[in-house]
Write a protein that binds this ligand. Structure first.
Ligand code: FAD
Ligand code: SF4
Length: 513
């Protein structure tokens, strides 16, 4: 029998059992697909990173002796979609059996399961990437049911024996979040490591994008700074363990504009390599824990626990939420948000310094770290009632690591509360004072962070109170935010009226901020 095995762009897992043996009757296919450029407009670095990684993966497979078909945009231009391409390849190569790894995106699973191709059998196999086996997602999650990340995370720690001391968490504590809320002081800035960047020849890919009129946005330098091979991903992981992990937890939520490395800080920048499966979560966690064990004084438990929680906790958690709630998750809009994104989401030109910086680096690097995504850009979208479809499309397009299964529960769920609280137990809404507490953005801003009203008042302040006021029916009884409503009620009546009025004025012309 002759077998064709499809490898999607985010399935670049060289340790997959498929590759254990070289078999001349198996052809592997990787293809630059036009359909993947059309469902949303992507940042140019994201397209280039996927294409380059696929190219390098194909080269590595060939070197290991496998037969590989690498099809570029020229080769696939005549096919309307992936099923049409696969049907033709099966015919052309007299294929008996088509095999694919289960896609992580609902849209692609649907497409693969409804294939109509001239072969005797079609097999779906696992990607062998995540900690939690796909079939066990249902043991931890149910549709339309809120699951708390912390509960799930503790089960994962115990189940996979990560940072455990028999049945107890190492150090007697599951969570060191309280130690992870430091602001960067002036004296901390000089120590921030310069991000490790990679270089590659991207010109042929850019020419192909141009030749095929692929629409994209954002900028790209001569090279691409993201890791696109397993060797580079491992290099980035080693760099992270050496230079960033010692302060990862401490400054995880911090933001600054005053360092050349402000865009990356102590973050790993491994999300693209992880999501493309170039590197696997077990390798990342194992190496980080090894570094902690080797240098416990430098990398204390709060730092390593903070990092493990992101990957073993949050990353596996959002995948569970996604799968048990799709396809209807993508239609949720619990707060009935309906506004359109202002133009500065595409050019960074706003007087709000926090947004200018966070949007600016998203457009420049296809990257923002978590708190910028959640508490600056996402918070702004939440407070101003941006339609979750528009928010999803922007996040899915702009970030180097954005693939729907991880992007959507973070954006629609955690950040926009559009799922009605399946991910977050309360909305991540904050006024300017939170941004001021965690960053140095406000000092250089056109707006005054302490003011609620007046032309120069920080927009986040009045917008915050307006958000709380207009959603009182939903949140008024939530014990986790009762205090907020007590403060709103205690506010001087004239000031409250003026604050809400100022928000209405802002909402009527968000483009002018
Ligand atoms: P680090 O800070 O170094 O963290 C290490 C790793 O932990 C990351 O590489 C990532 O794999 C994982 N991780 C951390 N937080 C999360 C999380 N909330 N959900 C899932 N994994 C997490 N992450 C994506 O991978 N793709 C997305 O499209 C995406 N969209 C987001 C949208 C919003 C609104 C928010 C609030 C967060 C989003 N995240 C997304 C999560 C997080 O912001 C990124 O994973 C992180 O910023 C990537 O940078 P890093 O690799 O330097 O992460
Ligand atoms: Fe952002 Fe307000 Fe601070 Fe300006 S003052 S940086 S708008 S939080």
């Amino acid at each position: 029998t002759k077998t064709l095995r499809l490898i999607l762009g985010d399935q670049l897992n060289a340790s997959h059992s498929w590759y254990r043996e070289v078999d001349d009757s198996v052809i592997y296919v990787l293809a630059e697909l036009h359909q993947e450029q059309q469902y949303v407009k992507h940042h140019v670095q994201k397209i280039v990173a996927f294409f380059l990684s696929m190219q390098r993966f194909a080269e590595a497979l060939r070197q290991a002796g496998h037969q590989v078909l690498l099809l570029d945009l020229d080769d696939t231009a005549e096919f309307v979609d992936l099923p049409a391409l696969l049907a033709e390849l099966c015919k052309r190569h007299h294929i008996d059996c088509l095999e694919y790894q289960r896609p992580d995106e609902y849209r692609l699973v649907e497409q693969m399961r409804s294939l109509d191709v001239p072969v005797a059998s079609i097999n779906e196999v696992d990607t062998e990437h995540f900690y939690l086996p796909f079939d066990e997602i249902d043991d931890y999650f149910s549709a339309d049911t809120a699951v708390r990340m912390e509960t799930f995370y503790r089960k994962m720690r115990a189940r996979f024996d990560v940072l455990m001391d028999d049945a107890e968490p190492l150090g007697g504590q599951w969570n060191f979040d309280a130690d992870n809320r430091n602001k960067l002081k002036q004296s901390d800035l000089a120590d921030i490591p310069a991000a490790l960047l990679f270089e590659s020849n991207i010109q042929p890919i850019l020419s192909r994008l141009e030749r095929h009129n692929i629409e994209y946005f954002g900028v790209i330098d001569n090279g691409l700074s993201w890791p696109t091979s397993r060797q580079e991903a491992r290099q980035l992981l080693a760099f992270f363990c050496a230079h960033c992990l010692p302060k990862f937890g401490r400054f995880q939520d911090a933001m600054t504009a005053k360092s050349d490395s402000a865009w990356s800080l102590y973050h790993s920048r491994l999300s693209f390599a992880l999501n493309a499966k170039i590197i696997d979560p077990k390798t990342v966690i194992t190496k980080a824990i090894e570094a902690h064990r080797a240098r416990p004084d430098e990398i204390d438990l709060a730092q390593i626990e903070g990092f493990v929680r992101q990957i073993l906790g949050w990353r596996e958690f959002v995948r569970g939420i996604y799968w048990v709630n799709m396809p209807t998750y993508s239609e949720r809009n619990a707060l009935e948000a309906s506004n359109a994104l202002p133009a500065y989401f595409w050019n960074g030109e706003t007087k709000m310094r926090c947004m200018q910086f966070s949007l600016g680096q998203s457009l420049e690097h296809a990257y923002a770290h978590h708190i910028q995504r959640l508490m600056v850009i996402g918070n702004f979208c939440l407070l101003t009632g941006m339609h979750p479809d528009a928010v999803d499309a922007w996040y899915l397009g702009v970030y180097i690591d954005a693939i729907e299964w991880v992007e959507m529960p973070n954006t629609r769920g955690m950040c926009q509360f559009s799922d009605g609280g399946l991910v977050a137990s309360k909305p991540y809404a904050a006024s300017g004072s939170y941004i001021n507490r965690m960053s140095d953005y406000c000092g250089d801003c056109h707006y005054a962070v302490k003011k609620k009203v007046g032309e120069d008042a920080c927009p986040f302040n009045s917008l915050y109170w307006h958000f709380m006021h207009r959603h009182r029916d939903r949140f008024g009884n939530n014990p986790r935010i009762g205090m907020v409503y007590r403060n709103l009620d205690k506010m001087d009546e004239a000031l409250r009226a003026e604050t809400l009025e100022r928000a209405e004025v802002l909402m009527a012309d968000l483009d002018s901020l």
